[in-house]
Design a protein around this ligand. Structure first.
Ligand SMILES: Cc1cc2nc3c(=O)[nH]c(=O)nc-3n(C[C@H](O)[C@H](O)[C@H](O)COP(=O)(O)OP(=O)(O)OC[C@H]3O[C@@H](n4cnc5c(N)ncnc54)[C@H](O)[C@@H]3O)c2cc1C
Length: 432
């Protein structure tokens, strides 16, 4: 539902009488909580509205690369093994009948380890961190639509319904859509998904397994059902709590996308696993659940009329590897820094100019890399090409170490030859 209000014209971005906050953030996933943390640290009054109550489940692989670790460390989140995390050393890749363990690259820009933790804990921890910084979190509040200023068409707040309560209006000068893949708020502001950008669908389930304390994330490049090659990719991430998170994903560049029974595909793939790993129906803990992964700027523009899009709402999952948490957190930080600068401007015209810098900052950070990712996703949508590339690369460890850096977006600005090649390709690719 869209509500309209009439507000007196105002020259400066200062807070209006009657506003509920300087900034309202819709959704307290990694994107929303990180944005809230940085805005609150900048001294702004932040209201973070979340429809569910923590702890709550979120369908995910629960795997964090060094990129996400860096974002957590920057927020002062304790990431020690005694703090509820399972550390990992790198990525084990299985494909073309081969198995390769690739340690995370040694870089100055990123730590040399990754993490695993269920989203049940992870998201709650991050929301708590935002709260410690001063953001006000309201749980069980579902945002139902934007409130638009009649005169300017700008967003002036949101309508929302607290659980069991009646709908009310929350007002602020700037609103952040951090409401995930379907981002109803963005849709009600006219921002739809782009057909020319990749999207994935993935399902996952937890299984009691002796492999639960694996210190490598495991990625399967080809999935077999006896001697039949299934479409898509798979992962096995030990959770360190007696279970493993096991899942499969498929990209929309695959011809099987949209006409695949993902649950059945997972079952068939797991049927071929060694029995002692325990990935059986009897050992499954909870249901098989799935969701979409919006990739490579799947929804744009990332700023319009007072609304900024962060994380999955702006389609920021890495198309090379399906990683979304690091990008949700990083885009949240970029958005927060932009909004803090905008709201300190002496005039609204200046503030608006600064806010329009947000999509440009995102394009600078990821535009070229995502353009390469789109080409990659198109290429691997062709099974014969994927098979050839897997066979060719898996027998060349140095090439795979380079691929790990490219697929994980893990390079130093002045790193080794591989880093410099990836950085140059990213710079040269058209950032759109
Ligand atoms: C099967 C699967 C496996 C994945 N595996 C990984 C992985 O291993 N590593 C990785 O980095 N990424 C992974 N991803 C991607 C990752 O889950 C997302 O990129 C990430 O969750 C995005 O964070 P976000 O904060 O943008 O959105 P979300 O995490 O979706 O958070 C959105 C929040 O908004 C709230 N919300 C929604 N609508 C409203 C509303 N109207 N009012 C109030 N609140 C609202 C929701 O309740 C939710 O809390 C995976 C995704 C899937 C589907």
């Amino acid at each position: 539902m869209t509500e309209h209000v009439s507000t007196a014209p105002q020259a400066t971005p200062a807070r209006r009488a009657g506003d509920d906050a300087d900034v309202i953030i819709v959704g307290a996933g990694p994107a929303g909580s990180t944005t809230a943390y940085y805005l609150a640290n900048a001294g702004l009054d932040v209201l973070l509205l979340e429809k569910s109550r923590f702890p709550r489940e979120k369908v995910c692989g629960d795997g964090l690369t060094p990129r996400a670790v860096k974002a957590l460390v920057a927020m002062g989140v304790p990431v020690g093994e005694g703090d509820g995390w399972l550390h990992n050393k790198g990525l084990r890749v299985i494909g073309a009948g081969m198995r390769l363990e690739l340690p995370w690259p040694e870089l100055t820009s990123y730590p040399g380890y990754g993490l695993v933790r269920t989203r049940l804990d992870f998201d709650q921890e991050l929301a708590r961190r935002a709260g410690q910084a001063g953001a006000r979190l309201e749980e069980g509040v579902t945002v139902t639509g934007p409130v638009l200023d009649e005169a300017t068409g700008r967003i002036a707040g949101v309508t929302a319904r607290p659980a069991g309560g009646t709908e009310r209006v929350y007002r602020s000068r700037v609103v952040i859509a951090a409401d995930g893949n379907s981002s109803r708020l963005s849709v009600s502001m006219g921002l739809r998904k782009r057909d020319d950008r990749p999207i994935g669908v993935a399902v996952r389930a937890y299984y009691t397994s002796p492999r639960h304390d694996d210190d490598y994330l495991e990625s399967w490049l080809d999935l077999w059902d006896d001697d039949r090659l299934l479409p898509g990719y798979g992962w096995i991430f030990g959770m360190g709590d007696g279970t493993s998170n096991v899942g499969i994903g498929l990209l929309n560049t695959s011809t099987a996308f949209g006409n695949t029974d993902y649950h059945e595909m997972l079952r068939r793939w797991l049927a071929g696993m060694p029995g002692e790993w325990g990935f059986t129906e009897e050992n499954r803990v909870g249901p098989v659940r799935g969701a979409a992964l919006p990739m490579a700027f799947n929804r744009t523009p990332h700023y319009t009329r007072g609304l900024l899009l962060v994380g999955d709402a702006g389609g920021m999952v890495n198309p090379f590897n399906g990683e979304g948490i690091a990008y949700a957190m990083e885009s949240g930080e970029i958005a927060a820094r932009t909004v803090a600068q905008a709201l300190a401007c002496p005039s609204w015209a200046r503030a608006e100019h600064v806010l329009h810098g947000y999509p440009r900052a995102l394009a600078d950070a990821y535009g070229g890399y995502y353009a390469l990712g789109r080409a990659f996703v198109k290429a691997i949508g062709r099974p014969e090409l994927m098979r050839f590339a897997t066979r060719h690369a898996m027998s060349r460890p140095a090439l795979m170490r380079f691929a790990l850096k490219l697929l994980g977006n893990l390079t130093d600005p002045r790193g080794d030859a591989g880093d410099r090649l990836i950085n140059a390709m990213t710079r040269l690719a058209p950032a759109r």
